[in-house]
Every structure is written in C-alpha cells, then in structure tokens.
Design a protein around this ligand. Structure first.
Ligand SMILES: Nc1ncnc2c1ncn2[C@@H]1O[C@H](COP(=O)(O)OP(=O)(O)OP(=O)(O)O)[C@@H](O)[C@H]1O
Ligand SMILES: [Mg+2]
Length: 497
C-alpha cells in the first residue's frame, strides 16, 4: 500500500450539534413518564443530602405546573451552570457510593421529557442562583440566567430561608399530552405518580439500611413507604440475605413469599397495587443504591406460571455495577448480567416448592368431619372412590330448587355431566409431577370477592333475609368458611355486618 508511512495532514473543524435539535431529541432519551421523571430529580436531591422534598403537581389556569423543592446542599452559581449543561458528566467516571446519578443528563432529559421550559433555582451557603432552558428559545445554547429579585419572586418561600434546590417545569406539553388531558385525567396521572414514588423510594422514606430518612410530601400529603414484600406482616416468609459478588463487587439477593391474599387486609392489598399489582408484580425487584429501578420481571429465568404469584425477590446492587447491569438513562431498566443467570436460577428453583405450598394449603382437600359444608364431596364404596358436587351446598341447592322445573332438571343433569367427566387422572398426574403448580383456589382477592358478591343474593334468600343467619351460613360453607376475614371485611364494607 503506497501510502503506508506517509504522514497524513488532518484538518479539524468544530462541528457542534444544533442546540434545539439536540435538546428536543433529549426529550426522548429513556422512556420517562411522570413518576420516573420525578424519580430522577429525587435521585439528585438524595445525592445532595436532602432530608425533605416537597413535590407539587398542580394545574394553574388549566396548565400543569410541577415544582420539586429539596433542602439539600444546593449549588453555587458555577455548579448550577455546569449542572444545566447537557451531558454534564461522563458516565464512565467513578461515582461516590451514595450517588444515584450516572449520565449527567437526568435533570435535563427527565424534566424536558415532560415540559418545554425548565427552571432551576438553588441556594448554597445563603447565595441564590437560577437558570433556565426554554426549548422554544435555544439558539446557540442560550441559557436563561435569573436575577436574585426574579428568583425571590418565583421561588418557594422556604428556599429563601435555607439552602436547597427547586426545579420548576412549565409549558408541560408532554405531561398534558399536548393539552388533551382533562383535569380528571391529570389527577389520575398525579395519583399514579404519587403511589409509584412511595414504592420506588420506600427504603429511603422508611429510613432503612442506615439510610438518611427522607420525608417526601406530594401535593401537601406525606408519602408513606410501600413495602412490596409486606415485611411487617406475620405471614410473610422471608428468605436469608444471600451475599453475591460480580467482578469483585458485592451485592445481595433476598427472596420473600407473600401471604396468601386471604390473610391480607384490603388496605394492604390496595397498597400493593390492587389485584393487578398483587398478581403481576411477582419477580425480581432491582434496587440500585436502595432505590427501586425495576420490578415484576423474571428476566426470562422462569417460565410464566411456573412460580406462584406470591414470590418476590429483592436484588440490591451498588452504582459501581451500572455498566454490567446496563442501567438505562432513565434508570428504569437493567439487564441481567449473563454471569449471574445460573446463580439466580438456582435461587428461584429453591423457591418453587415453597411458594406452591402457600397456595396448596388453601382449599382442595375434602375433610368430611370438620362440620363445614363443602362444594366437593366424595364417597368410598367397595374400594371405589367417586367425587361428587355436594347437593346440600346452598348455591347448588338454590338452583336445584329453582321454581322452573326445567331449569332445575337441566342443572341436575349438568352436575352429573361435570362429575362424570371429573379429570381425576389428569389431576393425579399433575399433582404427582408438579404439586407446587397446583392452584385451584380463586385466583385472587378480587376474583374471590366477585364470586362472593354474585352468590350473596341467593345466600341471603337462603338465610331468610337475615344478615345474622347469612353470616352464620358463610362461616360454615365452602369456600367462604376458610377465608372468613376477607368475607367479614367485605360484608362490613357493604354495611351488612
Ligand atoms: N437537587 C440538586 N441539588 C444539588 N445538586 C444538584 C441537584 N440536582 C442536580 N444537581 C447537580 O447537577 C448535576 C447534574 O444532574 P443530572 O441529574 O443532570 O446528572 P447526574 O445526576 O450527574 O446523572 P444522571 O443523568 O444519571 O442523573 C448533578 O451531578 C449534581 O451535581
Ligand atoms: Mg441525576
């Protein structure tokens, strides 16, 4: 090759990005929604050693405005200008162990994912500074600088009295879905953000693991921590903390099996996200620096339905493992490092039989002598076993005594057909091979209550319209007899008890 050895003269020119184009693209870095955008700002407040954070998400003249105020150490003017700069830090730099940041983008990209105008006011050692970006007025990276009197006019009065930082979002086009969100819709978005943050930062709000206890107020109300493992519930099974290492850096894993829904109050059930949260949110809970970044995934280590809905596994990783876990800019996702797959798979395998037992212990066994009215019964004659639907069960009886004789007859015939086709062999096989997977009880609290609600009119009729008799009947009749606390709570909520 003739040019080998020839020194090439390279000319350079500056080729910076177009400000408006780059900042508009930054709106789509990550996949922020309101809770994850707020979480990114809360990360910064935590890093700034804040004890208390006030979040305000309101509509002013129909326009959403969001303000996040902390009492952290604040920034000097120079620090603020650095912080406002996009990509203000190199993601490859080593971070202090308590730093929740990584990319030098969060404050900008999280804010601009929701709004077009970002103002940051800050006070450090008594000195106020303020700066702003406006996506509609960005030519040549023109950043707004706020004079002290302007800051005093718009800042939360608390910021004028003590150090801290206030981030203000206006022109919230994305948050209001370009003006399409109604006030009801906005309230729903805000309520969702509130409950997500109570979960995301629950370790900080509760001051666990030696963390500085954080007070977060949201539209005036204090957030209570939402513990996804219900650790204060007596029936929660807590596994040991396993200390693991990845590339010489320690992290830990701990498994929990939640109590069966019948043992959980409706309040706790709601706090865990209602039916959807309870059933869907099994899986790993990944905490980065003790803040939850993702949950409800098994990283494809477990096939769907292989584990009961009650298993949740906390994985707590330090920020030094960010690169290996491939933490995303919006800190809402991570990828399971390949070197860990087999170890976590083993941990999960050990949980299979345990979690099945929580379900297995519910229903399914026929105990003829316990005085309760079962749905299924069996008789043993001449060495033969036959399962049959109990004709004495009040729901069945109600239909058998239907005023329309044809309906009653056809129901009778239907019962016979169901019994004739009872899948005894299949059940036997499944139970022999995978007992932990057998789950024939009602799928969740909501389904259980729905079935009860449907049955109540007929049960009340059977009880001659008396609530007292109805309660007595429910206490001795399957499936309600096994879950009287849920039934009682439901009747009370209806004002029947
Ligand atoms: N509330 C705050 N109090 C004090 N300093 C802050 C605050 N918010 C941001 N900063 C400063 O601004 C810098 C830039 O914040 P930004 O969120 O944009 O990036 P980062 O936190 O470094 O990384 P990441 O993109 O991962 O969030 C922070 O490193 C911090 O020094
Ligand atoms: Mg940050």
């Amino acid at each position: 090759m003739f040019w080998v050895g020839i020194r090439r003269l390279v000319k350079y020119t500056n080729n910076p990005p177009d400000a408006a184009a780059l900042m508009t693209s930054a709106r789509s870095f990550g996949n922020y929604d309101l809770p994850s955008a707020l979480a990114d700002l809360l990360d910064n407040s935590i890093k700034a050693k804040a004890y208390s954070i006030d979040i305000l998400c309101i509509r002013h003249d129909g326009e959403p405005v969001v303000r996040i105020l902390d009492d952290g150490h604040g920034m000097s003017e120079e620090e603020l200008y650095d912080a406002m700069r996009p990509a203000s830090a190199n993601p490859d730099d080593e971070r202090a162990p308590d730093d929740l940041g990584r990319f030098g983008w969060g404050m900008k990209s999280a804010s601009l994912s929701q709004c077009r105008h970002l103002t940051v006011l800050t006070r450090k050692e008594g000195v106020l500074s303020g700066a702003s970006w406006d996506l509609d007025d960005l030519a040549d990276w023109k950043m707004g600088i706020l004079e002290p009197f302007e800051i005093e006019n718009i800042a939360n009065s608390k910021l004028l009295e003590r150090d801290g930082t206030e981030v203000i979002w206006t022109k919230c086009d994305r948050l209001s879905e370009f003006g399409r969100v109604s006030s009801k819709g906005f309230n729903e978005i805000v309520a969702h953000a509130k409950s997500e943050l109570a979960l995301t930062f629950h370790r900080y709000i509760a001051g666990e693991f030696g963390l500085r206890k954080l007070k977060i107020s949201f539209n005036g109300g204090l957030l209570a921590p939402v513990d996804p493992f219900l650790r204060d519930h007596l029936a929660t099974q807590e596994g040991p903390v396993e200390h693991l290492e990845l590339e010489g850096k320690p992290f830990n894993v701990q498994a929990f099996i939640l109590p069966h829904f019948s043992k959980i109050s409706s309040h706790d059930h709601e706090r865990l996200g209602g039916e959807e949260g309870f059933v869907r949110n099994q899986g790993f809970y990944i905490y980065r620096q003790n803040r939850l970044i993702m949950h409800g995934t098994w990283f494809r280590l477990v096939r769907h339905g292989e584990l009961s809905q009650l298993v949740r596994v906390a994985v707590s990783i330090p920020n030094s493992l960010d690169a290996i876990w491939k933490i995303t800019v919006d800190k809402s996702e991570a990828q399971l490092p390949s070197g860990l797959r087999s170890r976590l798979k083993e941990i999960v395998k050990g949980l299979k039989s345990q979690s099945g037992k929580v379900f297995q212990s519910r229903g399914g066994r026929i105990k003829p002598t316990d005085g309760k009215t079962p749905v299924w019964a069996k008789y043993v004659r001449n060495g033969e076993v036959r399962y049959y639907l109990n004709r004495e069960h009040p729901l069945i009886l109600q239909l058998l005594e239907h005023e329309n004789a044809e309906v009653a007859q056809s129901f009778m015939a239907t019962l016979g057909v169901i019994e004739d086709c009872f899948p005894a062999i299949s059940i036997g096989e499944d139970f022999a091979v995978r007992p932990e997977m057998m789950n024939q009880s009602a799928l969740g609290r909501d389904a259980f209550i729905e079935h009860l609600e449907t049955a109540l009119p007929s049960l009340l009729a059977r009880s001659e319209g008396s609530f007292e008799k109805l309660w007595e009947l429910l206490q001795v009749t399957e499936p309600w007899a096994g879950q009287t606390s849920v039934v009682e709570e439901h009747l009370k909520s209806k004002g029947w008890w």
